[in-house]
Write a protein that binds this ligand. Structure first.
Ligand SMILES: Cc1cc2nc3c(=O)[nH]c(=O)nc-3n(C[C@H](O)[C@H](O)[C@H](O)COP(=O)(O)O)c2cc1C
Length: 172
């Protein structure tokens, strides 16, 4: 690939502030894994179930586990939980996924998927379909339940740093 094109792509996309989520999964088929993602996207609220998608690197063991378990939970992090983002990105010295779950409170949801205590919203999903596009699995989930915390403010990541959304004056 053209290296300049790749660098300009990365710089351009770094300017797209996104929310930060942890995709978790648990089950006998694939085990318990969790990975930090910024690729969580709403797809539709109006099918037979709401749906969302996540793009996860094919070498992340979480991707293989989600595809085996056929279920996952997308935990949208609260704005004060950057340590959870770092933990599930393997930046806090927790390379082992089991250790990531030992270091944060969580409970199993309706489908048995890990619902993290630091999430502002947790979307439990069954895997509807998945496509491997070059390096990433694009995984579409049918949402079966949504847990909402009392704090609606979500953590953001943009220009290679954690951020929070601010209210612009005049936009009430
Ligand atoms: C803010 C942030 C967003 C990330 N978004 C994604 C993503 O959307 N997809 C992905 O595959 N990895 C993403 N990563 C990288 C993974 O979290 C990281 O590579 C992974 O957790 C490494 O551990 P693992 O291979 O053991 O899962 C992100 C990391 C951070 C810090």
């Amino acid at each position: 690939m053209d290296i300049d094109l790749r660098n300009r792509f990365l710089e351009g996309m770094s300017r797209a502030a996104t929310f930060v989520a942890v995709a978790t999964t648990d089950g006998e088929a694939g085990g318990r894994y969790g990975v930090t993602i910024s690729s969580l996207t709403s797809v539709s609220a109006d099918g037979d179930h709401p749906s969302l998608l996540a793009c996860i690197h094919h070498l992340s063991p979480a991707a293989a586990a989600i595809l085996k378990n056929r279920a996952f939970c997308a935990n949208l992090l609260q704005e004060d939980r950057q340590h959870l983002s770092d933990l599930f990105a393997g930046r806090a010295g927790a390379g082992e996924h089991a250790e990531r779950f030992e270091r944060t409170p969580w409970t199993p949801g309706t489908l048995g998927q890990p619902v993290l205590a630091g999430a502002t919203a947790s979307f439990e999903c069954r895997v509807a379909t998945a496509v491997l596009w070059e390096t990433h699995h694009i995984i579409v989930g049918k949402v079966v339940s949504v847990e909402l915390s009392d704090n609606p403010a979500a953590l953001l990541y943009g220009q290679r740093a954690y951020r929070r959304a601010v209210h612009l004056p005049g936009d009430e």
